[in-house]
Design a binder for this molecule. Structure first.
Ligand SMILES: Nc1ncnc2c1ncn2[C@@H]1O[C@H](COP(=O)(O)OP(=O)(O)OP(=O)(O)O)[C@@H](O)[C@H]1O
Ligand SMILES: [Mg+2]
Length: 369
């Protein structure tokens, strides 16, 4: 999927800093979101995702930086600007559904329009349209308490989008649902967002959700941004060992760059308990000759063979090979290191086999430690 991030910024967060006492919860975070895009803030618990979202919503003041949406300054402490949250025209969907139990689904979804004095006839049409969009037309007359978890989450979403806000913010909205419903809802949610075209920022610690739904992913750790990119970029070209490890599975080995060639290519040397290998690789930005780096290789990008072919490869011993039907999940010992490999089931492997790992230089990365 092509990144849409070249479009003009609609949301602009620049140099955001937020302190809680002596804890710098958000530490110089900057990013932009083009109009209509779906961007995910992804990172482990406590990395500052909710704080960033709350700052955009105006539920937190900030200590430095500025926040702009659609050309309007929302927060800029340096200039004394702080737009109150109710003026920001932002829709929010949280983990807890926060829909009113004493109201029907229709009443819940109509409420934000009533608050804005929208004429009755228009309310009826808009509510019916939104309920159809989220698949709740059938249960429109039910009380919110009579809905399943997934339906309540849809009702909360309908209520957030019905006023057509400038921006939608989601904070882990699917984490209360069971796995199956969650998988279904994440596809649904992306479809609905696409249809209504509202610019959205989604917060999660779940990388699979981020990969499925996002136009762009912003990986955070300890209040800082580690990398921004579309899902493909984040997965296949991680900038550093943290991102490699947080998104998907990777073989990570400390090494040193021993050669730098054209177009981001080079060579990395790795060593493990008496073993040594020099491997052609791609270099992440900012890595030069002689630099310490981390070798990062996804298990699906390693080929296990019984021959050493003509290319440079890593020689090891099979520790385990589990047949999974469409692939073999294999562990190969090299010095003290265990390579994780997903290989084609055509290759018959047995414990103790001496094998050669063939690494594709395009998918063998030297990343920042
Ligand atoms: N109201 C608050 N008062 C004091 N400290 C806070 C407050 N809110 C957050 N923090 C601290 O700020 C840091 C970032 O918290 P935040 O809630 O933004 O994390 P998060 O990425 O949303 O995590 P999670 O995935 O667990 O929701 C944490 O160290 C947290 O303890
Ligand atoms: Mg949070």
């Amino acid at each position: 999927m092509a990144s849409k991030s070249t479009a003009a910024p609609y949301v602009e967060v620049q140099g955001l800093v937020k302190w809680f006492g002596s804890d710098r919860a958000v530490d110089d975070v900057s990013f932009t979101v083009p109009k209509g895009n779906f961007v995910t803030l992804l990172g482990p618990s406590g990395c500052g995702k909710t704080t960033t979202l709350m700052s955009i919503a105006g539920l937190h003041s900030i200590d430095a930086g500025h926040i702009r949406v659609g050309g309007m300054v929302y927060t800029a402490p340096k200039n004394g600007v702080f737009m109150p949250p109710e003026k920001r025209d932002i829709g929010m969907v949280f983990q807890s559904y926060a829909i009113w139990p004493h109201m029907t689904v229709t009443q819940n979804v109509a409420y934000p329009l009533e608050m804005r004095n929208v004429p009755r006839a228009e309310i009826e049409t808009r509510v019916a349209d939104v309920l159809r969009l989220v698949g709740l037309s059938e249960v429109a007359a039910k009380l919110a308490t009579q809905l399943s978890g997934g339906q309540q989450q849809r009702a909360a979403l309908a209520r957030a989008i019905v006023p057509r806000p400038r921006l939608l913010l989601f904070d882990e909205p699917l984490s209360n649902l069971d796995l199956k419903l969650r998988e279904q809802m994440r596809v649904e949610l992306k479809r609905i967002q696409n249809e209504v075209g509202i610019t959205s920022i989604y917060v999660t610690h779940d990388q699979s959700k981020a990969l499925v739904m996002s136009d762009e992913i912003i990986v955070m750790s300890k209040g800082r941004i580690q990398q921004k990119g579309d899902p493909h970029e984040i997965y296949s070209r991680p900038a550093n060992a943290y991102v490699s490890n947080f998104i998907g599975v990777a073989n990570l080995l400390k090494g040193r760059v021993i050669a730098v060639g054209e177009a981001g290519r080079g060579e990395i040397e790795i060593a493990q308990n008496g073993r040594q290998a020099q491997l052609p690789c791609r270099l992440a930005d900012g890595i030069g000759k002689g630099d310490e780096a981390v070798l990062s290789v996804r298990p699906e990008n390693v080929q296990v063979r019984h021959d050493n072919g003509s290319g440079r490869c890593v020689e090891g011993e099979v520790l385990q090979a589990i047949f999974l039907g469409n692939c073999v999940d294999c562990r190969v010992r090299w010095g003290d290191f265990e390579w994780k490999v997903l290989t084609h089931p055509r290759v018959h492997l047995n414990k103790g086999d001496k094998v050669y790992l063939h690494l594709d230089p395009d998918h063998t990365l030297a990343v920042q430690p």
